[in-house]
Design a protein around this ligand. Sequence first.
Ligand SMILES: Nc1ncnc2c1ncn2[C@@H]1O[C@H](COP(=O)(O)OP(=O)(O)OP(=O)(O)O)[C@@H](O)[C@H]1O
Ligand SMILES: Nc1ccn([C@H]2C[C@H](O)[C@@H](COP(=O)(O)O)O2)c(=O)n1
Ligand code: SF4
Length: 612
Amino acid sequence: MLTRTPADITCRLRGQRVEQQDLGQQRMQRVKVKKQNERSVPVQTGRQYRLSEGEVMSFSIAIDGPAGAGKSTVARCAAQKLGFVYVDTGAMYRTIALYMLEHKVDVENQNALEKALSQIEIGVRYQDGMQQMLLNGVDVSGRIRTQEVSDQASVTAAKPAVREKLLNLQRELARHENVIMDGRDIGTRILPDAPLKIFLTASSRERARRRYAELQQKGEVCSLEEIQREIEERDDRDSHRAEAPLRQADDAILLDTSDLSVEEAVDRIVNLAETAMRDAKRKEGARRGIHSPEARIQELKNLMLREDSPLKGQLWVSDDGKAAVYLAASAGFCFGVHRAVDTVYDQIKEGQTPICTYGPIIHNEMVVADLKQHGVMEIDDEVQLSGITEGTVVIRSHGVPQRVYEQIKGQGLKLIDATCPYVKKIHQIVKEKSAEGFQIVIIGNAHHPEVEGIMGWCSSPAIVIGTEEEAQKLVESGIQKPLCVVSQTTFNLKKFHKLVEIITQLRYHESAILNTICNATEERQTEADAIAHIADAMIVIGGRNSSNTQKLVDICRKECESTFFVQTFDDLNLRLVPSRGIVGISAGASTPNNIIEEVSKQCRKTILLNRC
Ligand SMILES: Nc1ncnc2c1ncn2[C@@H]1O[C@H](COP(=O)(O)OP(=O)(O)OP(=O)(O)O)[C@@H](O)[C@H]1O
Ligand SMILES: Nc1ccn([C@H]2C[C@H](O)[C@@H](COP(=O)(O)O)O2)c(=O)n1
Ligand code: SF4
């Protein structure tokens, strides 16, 4: 749980001394670090991560990566969303570099460097969430953003004395605040124990394009090639210096923003942070013994009140407060499935006959059986399709290979395309990228119809990987072509990140990594993950063949051992469901509402009302 205060904070560092002011409340809280190793007195700024009422702990997120990857932009927005303090450590190195430039200090001369450092007081001030840099009391936030300072900063930052000077200030900030700190060595050196580390990157071309656009906006004349060359030189200096080189920490998550919008990158980070905070909180809760059902139900209520919580469902609590049922808001038909099912029923209403669907319209036996009763036939493959001579063929939300469209049209049949737009977008991507010479890699299940459909839009054979071993094999194959990686829309988000991390050992700068997991899936998985985290039992409802439901089950099982996978209420043995604590309910994208409602109603009746 986060708390937000409007407090602005100022930290100054001179020699070994750090001060912290809470300007928002017009009072000073000082932390004096007289000697390097002396511990500071913690300050309460109200920004710590709240465990439960009265219990707080700070939480740090380390973001490292090369210049122009989007670290500061994305970290600032994510910090705002999470209510964290954003710490831009690059600005601190830039401030020192500015001093060296303005005072013409030869930084290669150790004596001159140390003398200059002793004359520098670095101040960090936060106003309205923006970090401002003070150099000997003067605000230099604007002056540190020139190309000259950028170049000097990467030289100055390589000096051990400079890094040593900033180390304390950076660690002090993280000790007292929930921070998102970005730089080059945050995950590897400054905050090696940060519970969430992200290595944010993008191709050097894309980073150069971003800088170019920035400079053009400022009216500065520049060449894209020149900027790219400078960026690559800085990358080289930052990653090859002896002192704290830029490197992805072993436990950092790689996030390539080349093909992401700022909003998408921010959302990913916020989601990762939510999950990591829950993990930290659970571990801490277990350590402190928050075990009673009442405490956990109260905890769930608190979580649901949070504006940015993924837990947007309904909660019913028994009169004695010891049992609760939570129904996920994201349970049931997604937009794509709704659209596909409605499309078929519309065709029935219009009196179209005969109607066929290419494959079952959704992976749910009850829905398919109902459509069959209305005379809708199912075609399983291209051979069966070739036997159809008249009527309408509805392409289901999973999509089909391009050649199936041609076959339907070639046979003179009416084609109704209910492919989900999210899937259609992947078809376009792989079509374009494979034509450009990229090797398409699909993260997903090779035998799932959606993946088979995507493969059928590539102009050269795609590689499908679904496990860490398969990702590793791909890396070992030493494939030379640039990769374009997409995912099945319903793939497990965490697993996707894991596989991307492995694949990108190959040549991440030349790859296009596109997380094409759809929003509906991401929301459903995030909510299921969050509720399973706190629940005593989880019930996941969905068709036996539904891969997105199966993934939900996997996600829930990781968090909650007592996870039950049921098709309908008849499959559920309520005697196995605990009568105290929290029971969570989620359902796959192809589960009709009436089935979810039945399970939810029966659970409430048995668990909440029949309690003795
Ligand atoms: N995901 C993104 N998509 C598009 N543009 C982005 C994205 N992220 C950042 N940008 C743009 O790229 C530019 C550089 O981003 P930013 O300054 O945040 O990078 P940085 O990693 O902090 O770089 P540096 O380390 O040099 O300070 C900004 O103009 C920003 O708006
Ligand atoms: N933790 C850090 C932060 C930055 N640097 C270096 C790398 C850059 O060359 C320079 C300026 O950083 P930017 O504002 O571009 O992020 O400072 C570093 O070495 N360690
Ligand atoms: S799960 Fe996502 S991609 Fe699949 S049909 Fe639903 S909205 Fe479309």
